[in-house]
Write a protein that binds this ligand. Structure first.
Ligand code: UN1
Length: 529
């Protein structure tokens, strides 16, 4: 494995990387990982590799002839074994103490950072991210391990002295781990949204069974490999692959799981949420998407607004829960804004994202591409204007992949489905409004509420937005992303309403606590240290 470290830190808000050393290190990693594509990988259960004759193929959305990896079609029994292994490993991991756990997990973060190029190159093949987005995803995973570790430390392991009724009585509040957590992760941040939740659970002293998306299992496997190499004991982190209907269902239904983290669609998330707590309460954290609005008022800097919207609508093909998929612009500036946005959309280079010049790659699969083409047809049918994009590339180099073009649509009524349903494709609808108030009403009219942005240079407007917008992450005048690009320790990531109603989805100072439960301890005399 190469251990070259980029000189600059890559985050999702990194605008460009004119760093030749970084670019050539990535190119070299792409060539190296080409040689390992197509291998069979095992599940990881109790520190053992578990294989199966029954495997599924993890194919690249760039070119469906490329098999990135093969993974076992896990069974319910495999999941039961993984849960049993996690349960057996729990007491020792808990009793190790948080200082020792942090030492091991910070080592894992360093290993991940060292391997940033290999992992990012594999990720580019696996899910079609461009190099900056892929490097950002890997770096975020390491940063989440570090950030949650720092939070644990800052809070002294969450032991807090309380008041007492007499000098001989000592009461303290102690946050303790629950036991075994299931983590069900999505394809779109295949390392950060597998590793981040797992990190939260592990730092808190729980053990984990991870089930990744079948579109992107490799990054979850690589995360597990790094944990074990860093010294995470056998059984503390387990990794199972296979269909949601069996492998995912077993995690939800097992009485031996103490908590569950899910990132993915609203439909699946709500099913898990309502099904998980049938016998007694158990914590479940769900992050289920968004239909994230940006507001552009007449006082906005339109170049700033167009740039910010372009980056959040089309970054990783709009396949982020935080993507910006609807814009409300004041009528007086609508035309110049749309022209600037459409011009930027047309300038985006779409193609094989392992190539340096391509900023947008493919969407994850055929279903996703079909969502895009249906949306374009619907927009046309219902009187919308396609200001940019609307096409699917099928020329040399893209003919075996799923390559939509960045699409800007105007002219649809604000009540149209395309202003309300999450699509997860590079498709943004722009609607005209008469006032900021109307824009805010429209923005808040959503069952989600994950992220939102405003472009305005009027303090009263900005105040009004901050006071009334219903979203967990909000951005003001952000050129590097109108609604996307949160970073651990810099921003906090939570959802309102249906996008994350049962907990914070990550990045902030209140994340690790969700993997802990409170015990109040009253001891007569001096408590043991
Ligand atoms: C998601 O779950 O898709 O940069 C959103 C951002 C993202 C947030 C994750 N890291 O906005």
């Amino acid at each position: 494995m190469a251990t070259t470290t980029p000189r600059m830190k890559i985050t999702y808000a990194t605008l460009s990387a004119d760093n030749e050393e970084l670019q050539s290190a990535f190119d070299a990693a792409v060539e190296r990982v080409r040689g390992v594509l197509g291998q069979s990988y095992p599940m990881l259960i109790g520190g053992e590799e578990r294989r199966s004759a029954d495997e599924f193929e993890d194919r690249s959305p760039i070119d469906r002839d490329i098999v990135v990896a093969r993974f076992p079609v896990g069974t319910r029994q495999d999941v039961r074994d993984a849960i049993a292994a996690a349960r057996a490993a729990f007491p020792a991991w808990r009793d190790l103490g948080w200082r020792q756990r942090l030492e091991i997990l910070r080592n894992a973060a360093d290993l991940i950072s060292e391997r940033q190029f290999e992992y990012a190159a594999l990720m580019a093949f696996e899910v079609g991210k461009n190099r900056l987005e892929a490097l950002g995803d890997v770096e975020e995973t390491a940063d989440l391990l570090r950030y949650y570790s720092d939070e644990m430390e800052r809070n002294g392991g969450f032991v807090k002295p309380m008041g007492s009724l007499s000098p001989t009585e000592h009461t303290r509040s102690v946050l303790k781990p629950h036991g075994v957590w299931g983590v069900i992760s999505p394809f779109n941040f295949p390392m950060a949204l597998a590793g981040g939740p797992a990190a939260g659970a592990l730092i808190a002293g729980n053990t984990v069974v991870l089930k990744p998306s079948s579109d992107a299992p490799l990054m979850g496997y690589k995360f597990g490999e790094a944990l074990h190499e860093a010294g995470v004991p056998a059984g503390v982190f387990n990794f199972v692959t296979g269909p949601g209907e069996t492998v995912g269902a077993e995690l939800q239904e097992s009485p031996d799981i103490d908590g569950l983290v899910f990132t993915g669609s609203y439909e699946v998330g709500m099913k898990l949420y309502t099904g998980f707590t049938r016998v007694y309460p158990r914590p479940i954290i769900t992050e289920m998407g968004g239909k994230n609005p940006a507001i552009v008022t007449a006082s906005a800097d339109l170049d700033e607004a167009a740039e910010g919207v372009m980056r959040s609508a089309f970054g990783y093909d709009g396949q982020k829960c935080s993507a910006n998929s609807r814009v409300y612009v004041e009528r007086s500036v609508a035309r110049p804004f749309v022209e600037k946005l459409a011009e930027r959309a047309r300038a985006i280079r779409v193609g094989d994202p392992t190539q340096r010049d391509n900023w947008m790659g493919p969407v994850i699969n055929e279903r996703s591409l079909a969502k895009f083409t249906t949306a374009v047809q619907e927009a046309k049918r219902d009187g919308g204007t396609i200001e940019a994009g609307g096409e699917v590339l099928a020329g040399p180099g893209t003919e075996r992949g799923y390559f939509p073009t960045p699409t800007v649509v105007t002219g649809l009524p604000l009540s149209h489905r395309l202003f309300h349903d999450e699509l997860f494709v590079p498709f943004v609808v722009v609607g005209e409004v008469d006032s900021l108030q109307q824009a805010l009403d429209e923005a808040n009219d959503t069952p989600y509420g994950l992220t939102a942005g405003i472009f305005s240079h009027d303090d009263d407007e900005i105040r009004s937005f901050l006071d009334t917008i219903q979203a967990g992450v909000v951005y003001v005048n952000r050129r590097s992303g109108a609604t996307t690009g949160a970073w651990p320790g810099i921003q906090s990531f939570g959802g309102w309403k249906g996008s994350g109603s049962s907990g914070k989805s990550g990045l902030g100072p209140y994340y690790v606590q969700q993997f802990l439960r409170e015990q109040s301890q009253t001891v007569m005399g001096e408590p043991p240290a």
